[in-house]
Ligand binder design. Structure first.
Ligand code: C2E
Ligand code: MG
Ligand code: MG
Ligand code: MG
Length: 289
């Protein structure tokens, strides 16, 4: 390839490429050290039932807590980890912590049956995933039906028999599968037909458009969300709207009968200690459910 041919006239040094490579190397080192030194943690974001205003679950969001640089957001880490293959080890570590958190929250009133949604990268979908998942759940005494694996269409795109077997093994045990960022990828609807998906997460771009300044946009997106909601109900799928940031968006979702939602307006992703102390203060809007 060209980069081995530096002497023969191609670029000897590309400062942009060099800094990208350095950045990547830095992240690779953070990951390795983080796994060794236990820097990985999980923040939890509440998921709220819009009918009664109660917390019904939490999404686990991975954080790398670097002693000098502080909390690093997951996007860059996951990208590098997927390239280097460390995503599996990270995934197992994060899942163990997240399930431990759920076990701890389960002792709080109202959260005995709360669920935990965990993002799972396509590269984690190998034959060992069900066994390692069930082992972790046994360890913490959590039943599989309280777990949701959030996957993106990238997992389903290749239609490999292995992915289907893994999904079926997880579903057979009662674990739920959510399509994350629904509506932003390709041919999502056919996946609902061919895979055991039982939760749809409406991408935050739709939630944001619910309060777009352009009335025509607002009208169209409301029709779309209403339509997705109808389809989800017919298919017995749970529906979760992501990225609720305002009261107005919340009210729009409530008026359309959307079941569950999450977002900064309802609760930011937080460390478990903060979740626990905030829950003491939270009051249900309506005690009827
Ligand atoms: P996601 O699964 O779609 O998660 C939602 C993202 O939106 C999170 O970003 C969350 O902090 C953010 N968010 C929540 N509410 C709001 C809101 O009201 N407004 C806005 N603007 N953002 C909101 P985060 O934590 O940076 O995670 C980014 C992505 O990284 C996730 O998107 C998910 O795809 C991935 N990810 C996070 N944790 C893990 C993990 O443990 N494993 C894997 N494989 N991927 C993960
Ligand atoms: Mg997610
Ligand atoms: Mg999402
Ligand atoms: Mg997203």
């Amino acid at each position: 390839s060209r980069k081995h041919n530096g002497k023969n006239g191609t670029k000897l040094f590309d400062p942009l490429m060099a800094s990208v490579a350095q950045e990547r190397l830095k992240i690779e080192r953070f990951i390795e050290t983080g796994l060794r030194e236990d820097w990985f943690d999980v923040h939890l974001q509440p998921i709220v039932d819009l009918e009664c205003g109660l917390i019904v679950g939490f999404e686990a969001l991975m954080r790398l807590n670097h002693p000098e640089h502080g909390l690093l957001p997951p996007a860059d880490i996951i990208r590098v980890a997927e390239e280097t293959g460390t995503i599996k080890r990270i995934g197992e570590r994060v899942f163990d912590k997240a399930v431990a958190h759920l076990a701890r929250l389960s002792s709080l009133p109202g959260l005995e049956n709360s669920y935990l949604a965990v993002n799972v990268s396509p590269l984690q979908f190998s034959a060992e995933l069900p066994a390692s998942t069930f082992a972790t759940l046994m360890k913490w005494g959590i039943t599989p039906s309280r777990i949701v694996f959030e996957i993106t269409e990238a997992v389903l795109m290749h239609h490999s028999p292995e992915v289907r077997q893994v999904l079926e093994a997880l579903s057979a045990a009662g674990l739920k599968i959510a399509l994350d960022d629904f509506g932003t990828g390709y041919s999502s609807l056919s996946y609902l037909l061919h895979f055991p998906v039982n939760t749809i997460k409406i991408d935050q771009s739709f939630t944001r458009s619910l309060t777009d300044e352009d009335e025509a946009v607002r009208k169209r997106v409301r029709m779309l969300v209403t339509g997705i909601n109808t389809v989800a109900n017919e298919l017995n799928c749970r529906i979760v709207a992501e990225g609720v940031e305002t009261e107005e968006q919340l009210q729009a979702l409530v008026s359309m009968g959307v079941g569950h939602a999450q977002g900064y307006y309802l609760g930011r992703p937080q460390a478990i200690e903060i979740i626990e102390s905030d829950l003491g203060r939270a009051l249900p809007r309506n005690a009827s459910c």
